[in-house]
Each structure stands twice: as C-alpha cells, then as structure tokens.
Design a binder for this molecule. Structure first.
Ligand code: NAP
Length: 312
C-alpha cells in the first residue's frame, strides 16, 4: 500500500490545476487518469474563451502544457482508473484501489469530469466509431467532402458544427427545438456559414447503414412525420453526465448525479473534495473548472495543515 497526500481523480483541467497547487504546497500529489489527459479539452479544437489567450489556444496543447507545468513541480501521474474509494474503517485516511495497486490518501479530490450523453436510439452503439462520433476534433477529418449531421443546440453542438465545415461538404444541425441555447456569438457564426443547415424541431429516431452510417431517420416533433436523411456521419453533442459513480455513499448526489459541495468544494466527508463537472452548479467552463481545482487544493492544504476544524 502506497501513501499519498493528495489523491486526485481525473487529469482534466480541474485535476491538473489541483495537482499543480498541491505539488507546489510540497505534498505528494498524484493524478489518476484513465483516458486522455485534459479530459474534454483534449477533444476540443481551438479554445477562444480561456482568459490570457487572445488568439485562442488548441485544447490538446493547453492540456499537455497544464500537465507539464504541474509535473515540473512534482505532481505524479498514473494512467489508470481508480476503481473504488473508501474511508479507512479506523482513521481519517481514504483507501483507493486501482488495477496497479492500493493507495492510502489523506485527501481525495474527485475531478473525474463528465462523459457525453448518448442519444439512446437504434444504431447508435452499433455505429459508434463507424460514423457515430462524440468528438468532431478527433473524427472530423474522416468526413472530407461528406454530408454529416450534428445533433444538439448548445455551445458544443454549434462550435463543433462550425469546426466540421472545414472538412464536410454540408453540415445539418438537428435540434429538437426552434431555438439554440448556444452563445450568441456562436449562433451568429453558424447562421452565417453557408455549409450549415438547421433542421429545427427535429429529433433523430434511428441511425442506419451497411458497414458505416448511411442515413438517419428524422422525426418532426410537431407532426410526428418521419423521413430518412442521407448522411455519412453523425456527431452527437447533447450534453454530458458526471462521472460520480466512484463516490458511492461518500457524497450526496443530486438527481443528475452531481455531488453536493460547498463553496470550497468540500463534501460532508472531511478530506473529500469534488470539483469541476462532477459537482452541482458547475459553470462547466474551462476557466471555472481550473478555478474549482485550485479552490479544492487550497482548502485541502488547509485541511492537511490541521488549520481547518470541520466542526468549527
Ligand atoms: P448543453 O449546453 O447542455 O446543450 C445540450 C443540447 O443538447 C441542448 O441544445 C439540448 O436541447 C440538446 N439535447 C439534450 N438532450 C437531448 C436529446 N435527448 N435529444 C436531442 N437533443 C438533446 O451541453 P453542451 O453543448 O455539451 O455544453 C455543456 C457546457 O459546456 C455548457 O455550459 C456550455 O456552455 C459549455 N461549453 C462551452 C463552450 C464554449 O464556450 N466555447 C463549448 C462547448 C461547451 P435543448 O436546448 O432543447 O435543451
């Protein structure tokens, strides 16, 4: 069993920011990442709304730089998933399991982020990786001169639809309402883009094809009329759900699975923090994700110094 001071679950911006601060506080800070470092920004194109980058910054590059910066101060990285977190039966530490071993941590910061919500329609699972994608930055280039569809009306859907016009000949944005929730600046850009066509009040009922996606079945939500639409690919951006399963009974969750925390990212368990997209009321922005990680790490350091009295 290895001892760590600050165990950080998730190597996205929240976890990397927490790791930077914990390492600079000279704690043994370990980040566990089961997928790709950077989380959602690793699969984002140009980030234009992170302060300090007036010309924008490529998400994957920013992710690697955040990681390098934290490692320079001693943060360690383990490319494994944590499979369980428990409180030590006697004592104040947490016990963590992962495929590479067991760990004992004084503080745990859960910054496990969120995964894309699935449409849950026939064909979605079957054609994932064969025309169904949740990442335009990763897969867009495979659709050169093809017709593709994007599902959703939020920032992610509109931003990625614009990105896809670099490759695709035509991009349908299929949205279940007649108004977008995406920010106005993105809306204006999409409306001005000749390659983008909006299909309002429309849902996708099924995804079909032979080897790869050939078509989707659309449904008009007002008339219930169904019709096929030929597309070579479909990109689904209908939100994310938090990766909070690991928390088990350690923290209270809302109906959507987000953990309740206070303004310091503290759960009711002393030493357990939840930050970023996993917590309730997150602004779900890169800048706020980083802020959450910093807040959790600063509070965790106070806790480690025993300056913080949970009963006080
Ligand atoms: P989101 O803002 O929650 O939008 C989800 C979209 O999917 C909504 O338009 C929603 O429709 C639609 N939707 C949800 N469930 C659906 C279903 N079952 N079938 C069809 N459509 C469905 O999610 P997001 O776009 O992933 O963004 C998440 C957060 O990240 C947001 O806070 C966003 O601002 C942020 N973000 C920011 C940027 C940026 O600033 N550049 C980029 C990406 C993401 P309704 O509108 O009808 O509910």
């Amino acid at each position: 069993m290895e001892d760590v001071d600050v165990a950080i679950i998730g190597g996205g911006p929240t976890g990397l920011a927490a790791g930077l601060y914990a390492a600079r506080a000279q704690r043994r800070a370990v980040v566990w990442e089961r997928g790709v470092l950077g989380g959602q920004i690793a699969i984002t194109g140009t980030v234009e709304n992170y302060p300090g980058f007036p010309d924008g910054v490529e998400g994957p590059i920013l992710a690697l730089d955040m990681h390098r910066q934290a490692e320079q101060f001693g943060m360690e990285t383990k490319y494994e998933g944590i499979t369980s977190i428990k409180r030590e039966p006697e004592g104040s530490h947490f016990l963590l399991d992962s495929p590479d071993g067991a760990y004992r941590a004084r503080v745990v910061i859960v910054a496990a982020g969120a995964d894309p919500v699935k449409l849950s329609v026939p064909g979605e699972e079957e054609f994932t990786g064969k025309g169904v994608s949740y990442c335009a930055t990763c897969d867009g280039a495979f659709f050169k001169d093809e017709i593709v569809a994007v599902v959703g009306g939020g920032d992610a859907a509109i931003e990625e639809a614009i990105f896809l016009t670099r490759y695709a000949s035509h991009v349908y944005v299929i949205h279940r309402r007649d108004q977008l929730r995406a920010s106005k600046i993105l809306q204006e850009r999409a409306f001005a883009n000749d390659k983008i066509e909006f299909l309002w009040n429309t849902t996708v009922e099924a995804i079909s094809g032979a080897d790869d996606v050939d078509a989707v079945t659309l449904r008009d939500v007002h008339t219930d009329e169904r019709r096929p639409l030929e597309v070579g690919g479909i990109f689904i951006f209908i939100g994310h759900h938090p990766n909070s399963e690991l928390l088990g009974d350690l923290a209270k969750l809302d109906e959507g699975g987000h953990a309740f925390v206070n303004l310091w990212m503290e759960t009711e368990q002393p030493g357990l923090y939840v930050a970023g997209d996993v917590r309730v009321d997150s602004a779900r922005q890169l800048a706020s994700a980083v802020g959450d990680g910093v807040t959790a790490a600063i509070r965790a350091e106070r806790y480690l110094q025993n300056e913080y009295d949970p009963a006080g």
